[in-house]
Design a protein around this ligand. Structure first.
Ligand code: NAG
Ligand code: NAG
Ligand code: NAG
Ligand code: NAG
Ligand code: NAG
Ligand code: NAG
Ligand code: NAG
Ligand code: NAG
Ligand code: NAG
Ligand code: NAG
Length: 873
């Protein structure tokens, strides 16, 4: 009895003991794991041996309880800015099923040792900095179900060993640097539901024939990965497929003929931008036309449907553009209940657009330009309320445009140009969102509808090459058009003057009966009573006057005023405006209160944003007047700067000055300065914008240095002096201020105020003479800011207070250094270019002035970076 009791007590004790051992072991294992991880934001602070919190309650840890055992089953350490080493110790967690380390900065080869984790089923290392090849020993992960290595820098071939992972359900190698061809193992993954090999630009592979064995496959993503050859006909075996993206490869041949019949569950089908030819002999979604009408109204009984009718009922996207397809376009697509996007442009499809398109109640976007559709434009089109884009240019569309063609409340782009449409242009009534309407090169007759002037956002209007008559409606003056093309019609009467004034480009030629200033004949009430010769002379004079007017606007619309506002700032104010700014000096000074001041005061004074009575914004820079130049010299110098017309140089609109101050009036930029954007700490600009900004600044500087006469130096290049417009086009400001305040005053303010700025070239101290190379140097610092996302000067002295240049120089010489300085927010596709820019930045900031490239060389190099992208992507 007693012995029995003792035994059971011992067992209990042993049990309790092992349990606590287990518990303490698991927390120790986590702590060991944590000890090799760098956790800058301290997200793992709850992982600690000093708290009393049970480790199952530590953050990102999930446990399961089976019987009496509670063990860790999952670690979800996703998006925590972690780096360091992934320690094999984690495999001592014997029940760990899921390890998610996605969206961190682990910078190492594939951690093969994790294959020792005996229970591991899901390994997610997506979006880290994993590099190196996939070793054949990847086969050790034999029990994995989910393997996600996407968005890393994994390179080399896919090894045969991957074929051992026969339980895989999800395999994601997308967005890496894999090369070579897919080995003959795909057939082994019979459990696979998700396969992603997309965005591996160096791959060169056929689509394996064995793909047809993956009967459970739902998503097949192979886009932009160098796949070539034919799509194997075995693909029709993938009956569970919903998403297929094979776009932007080099696929050729014809589509397997039964593809439409078999892939019944398709939601998205994208084979665009390949070289696929052939036709869709059996359609893609063979069904008996209008049957779907009843499906749509949901009154169907599933049992009544036969298989072929049921095809593609879930299809939302059909994208086959930029291939060599021909033959009739699969007509059933037009009336699928869920279809949203149909893109088939640049093929040779024929066929009609059926009236049943009205059934496609989710349809948003149709692009079938440049095909051979021969069709009327169906009335049903106007009934699709979700349609926002319909472009069908370069086809054989004929008949009249139905009056409801623009009834969709969200319609914004219509392009029917280059067809054979006849009749009048209907008055658009509904489409208040229409931005672009192109009806060029058809056979339209009648007048331009006045109600076009009521469409509030219409910006592009192209009605050229038709047979339109009557006058250009005055109502069109209401629009803020960027393009207005009515050339080659038979329009007559006067051209509305406001229309001319507001347009960057006007196309009205080929309408012999239009009249107005600058045209071959003036309007009757201008000079109808004069004789022809005289009227020609008058016309010439008018054009001359107009020309002079425009020129004087451009090169100096001088309104010189003298006023005496003694009490505001001392002295007499004089102003010179190069643009018609309607504001008096007094108003200007009043408007420049502290509220309007923006940014930190620059070396040479503050900038104020002033709202003109016309509601335009201007930027006014206030500088002290050192009075070492006469008014005449000052005026000449400012005029010299104001004549610069370059898209990357801020325009000077005028200036005023008194004995004490000089106000330079600049155009105002919406986005503020690049420097402010970077130093705000959350610099999110995508790579393409960063590159655009870099190229723009380089162009502006190259222009000042070499193209503008007289050649100018900027002399204060820094990211705070780069302003950005709404589209992030950069414009240089505060350039060549030495010319305005005089060399001596410039030098002394500059060296006293900007002290030891990191934009200053090292030779600045001993070389008094300013040089182009100094501008180049400072520009190089801006490039480093763009690449690293760090502000040039540290904002506070606490956090590693190195300027960007020192910081970069310290890092780049260690191995992997260059990759590390690149801003992590730059998407991995662009890292290569970022490294290119880094290289240029380092050349520009070379210590020896003569080693720095000229700005035009820099410009060419940056352009080259940019164009490489466009070719390779
Ligand atoms: C907690 O862990 C630290 C470092 O791992 C160790 O130095 C310390 O002795 C541990 N404390 C206790 C109470 O176990
Ligand atoms: C975790 O915390 C909850 C409440 O905060 C508690 O009920 C539970 O017992 C804790 N789990 C463990 C294993 O300590
Ligand atoms: C990661 O780090 C960046 C800055 O380095 C920070 O803005 C971000 O909030 C961090 N994310 C997390 C989840 O800690
Ligand atoms: C891996 O993590 C990423 C990032 O959170 C996530 O988008 C992805 O779906 C995960 N992969 C799998 C297979 O669940
Ligand atoms: C595919 O699976 C078979 C067993 O089903 C195995 O013998 C073969 O090695 C696997 N292929 C590869 C490349 O691992
Ligand atoms: C596509 O294939 C053609 C001929 O085989 C080749 O010349 C071309 O470079 C390939 N294009 C791509 C993007 O791989
Ligand atoms: C099946 O579909 C065909 C057209 O594809 C149609 O002619 C036939 O009537 C349908 N059968 C049934 C039972 O609905
Ligand atoms: C029209 O498509 C053909 C290919 O079908 C292409 O070669 C041609 O350049 C396209 N034309 C235009 C104007 O895009
Ligand atoms: C309309 O289509 C024509 C021909 O494809 C094209 O050249 C033009 O740019 C398109 N217009 C707009 C505004 O997209
Ligand atoms: C324009 O219309 C007139 C009559 O309305 C017709 O005579 C003429 O042939 C048409 N011109 C073109 C180019 O279609």
């Amino acid at each position: 009895m007693a012995s029995h009791f003792t035994l059971s007590l011992t067992l209990t004790l042993i049990f309790l003991f092992t349990f606590t051992i287990n518990a303490s072991l698991e927390s120790d294992i986590l702590l060991t794991f944590k000890s090799t991880i760098i956790d800058p934001m301290n997200h793992l602070s709850s992982w600690s041996n000093t708290t009393s919190i049970h480790h199952c309650n530590w953050t990102y840890v999930t446990c399961i309880t089976s019987n009496t055992d509670t063990t860790i089953s999952s670690l979800t350490l996703q998006n925590l800015n972690l780096s360091g080493q992934i320690s094999p110790s984690i495999c001592q967690l014997s029940d760990l099923v899921t390890l998610n380390l996605a969206d961190n900065f682990f910078n190492q080869p594939i951690p093969l040792h994790l294959s020792q984790c005996s229970s591991l089923k899901t390994l997610n290392l997506s979006n880290n900095l994993i590099w190196g090849t996939i070793p054949d020993q990847i086969s050790d992960f034999v029990s994995l179900k989910v393997l996600d290595l996407s968005h890393n820098h994994v390179e080399g071939k896919i090894p045969e060993g991957v074929g051992m992972l026969k339980d895989l359900q999800v395999l994601n190698f997308g967005n890496n640097l894999l090369s070579g061809s897919v080995p003959n193992i795909i057939g082994n993954f019979t459990e696979l539901t998700f396969l992603d090999l997309s965005l591996n630009p160096f791959m060169q592979s056929n689509i394996p024939i064995d793909i047809g064995k993956l009967v459970k496959l739902e998503q097949l993503l192979l886009q932009r990965s160098g796949f070539y050859g034919e799509i194997p006909s075995s693909i029709v075996g993938l009956v569970s497929l919903t998403f297929v993206d094979l776009s932007q490869n080099n696929l050729t041949g014809v589509l397997p003929s039964r593809i439409g019949e078999s892939l019944k569950k398709l939601v998205s089908f994208d084979v665009s931008q390949n070289n696929i030819i052939g036709s869709f002999p059996n359609g893609i979604c063979e069904s008996s036309g209008l049957v779907s009408l009843s499906l749509h109204t949901n009154s169907f009984d599933g049992m009544l449907l036969n298989a072929s009718v049921a095809n593609c009922l879930n299809l939302e996207r059909f994208e086959v553009q930029n291939n060599g397809f021909h033959g009739d376009f699969p007509s059933n697509l037009w009336s699928l209940p869920k279809i949203k996007v149909i893109r088939a442009e640049n093929n040779r499809f024929s066929g009609e657009i059926p009236d049943s398109i009205s059934v496609a109640s989710q349809l948003e976007q149709v692009q079938i330009d440049n095909n051979s559709f021969i069709s009327k434009i169906p009335h049903g089109l106007g009934l699709v309320r979700s349609l926002y884009r319909f472009s069908a240019s370069l086809n054989g569309l004929y008949g009249e445009l139905p009056p409801n063609f623009c009834d969709s409340p969200v319609m914004s782009i219509i392009n029917f140009s280059h067809n054979y449409i006849t009749g009048e242009i209907p008055e658009p009534k509904e489409c208040k969102k229409l931005v672009s309407l192109s009806l060029a090169d058809n056979n339209f007759i009648g007048e331009i509808p006045e109600s076009l002037g009521d469409l509030p956002v219409l910006t592009y209007l192209d009605l050229s090459h038709n047979n339109l008559t009557g006058e250009i409606p005055l109502e069109l003056q209401n629009l803020k058009l960027a393009l207005f093309n009515v050339s080659f019609n038979r329009l007559s009467g006067p051209v509305p003057s406001m229309l001319i004034a507001g347009l960057p480009a006007l196309y009205i030629q080929g309408n012999p009966d239009l009249c107005g200033p600058g045209l071959s004949h003036p309007c009757p009430n201008d000079g109808s009573r004069r004789r022809a010769g005289v009227s020609k002379l008058a016309c010439a004079l008018i054009s001359l006057a107009l020309l002079v007017g425009i020129l004087s606007l451009a090169f100096g619309y001088f309104v010189i005023r003298r006023s005496s506002i003694q009490n505001l700032e001392s002295g007499v104010w004089r102003s010179v405006f190069f643009y018609p700014i309607r504001i008096s000096e007094q108003d200007l000074i009043m408007a420049m209160d502290e509220k309007a001041s923006r940014g930190s005061s620059g070396v040479f004074g503050r900038v104020y944003i002033v709202n003109l009575p016309s509601n335009e914004l201007i930027a006014v820079k206030k500088m002290p007047n050192f009075k070492n130049q006469s008014f005449k010299t000052l005026k000449t110098e400012v005029k010299t700067l104001a004549k610069i017309r370059h898209k990357n140089v801020v325009r000077i609109m005028g200036f005023c000055h008194s004995d004490d101050s000089i106000f330079l009036i600049y155009e105002c930029m919406e986005k503020g300065s690049l420097g402010d954007l970077i130093s705000k700490g959350d610099f999110q600009l995508s790579w393409s914008f960063r590159l655009k900004i870099a190229i723009g600044i380089a162009q502006g500087l190259a222009y000042l240095h070499k193209d503008y006469v007289p050649h100018l130096l900027h002399r204060d290049v820094k990211s705070k002096n780069v302003l950005l417009d709404i589209e992030f086009n950069p414009k240089l400001t505060d350039f060549a201020l030495d010319r305005i305040i005089g060399e001596n005053a410039f030098q002394s303010s500059f060296s006293s105020k900007s002290g030891s700025s990191c934009y200053m070239a090292p030779e600045f101290g001993y070389n008094k003479k300013a040089t182009e190379q100094m501008d180049t140097y400072a520009f190089g610092v801006i490039l480093l800011e763009l690449v690293t996302g760090r502000a040039a000067e540290p904002t506070d002295s606490s956090e590693d207070s190195l300027d960007v240049l020192k910081w970069v120089r310290r890092k780049v010489n260690i191995s992997n250094g260059p990759v590390q300085v690149v801003d992590r927010k730059i998407s991995s596709c662009c890292k290569e270019e970022a490294l290119g820019m880094l290289e240029i930045g380092l050349q520009c900031t070379s210590v020896m002035p003569e080693k720095r490239p000229s700005m035009s060389e820099v410009m060419a190099a940056l352009h080259c970076l940019g164009s490489k992208t466009r070719v390779s992507s």
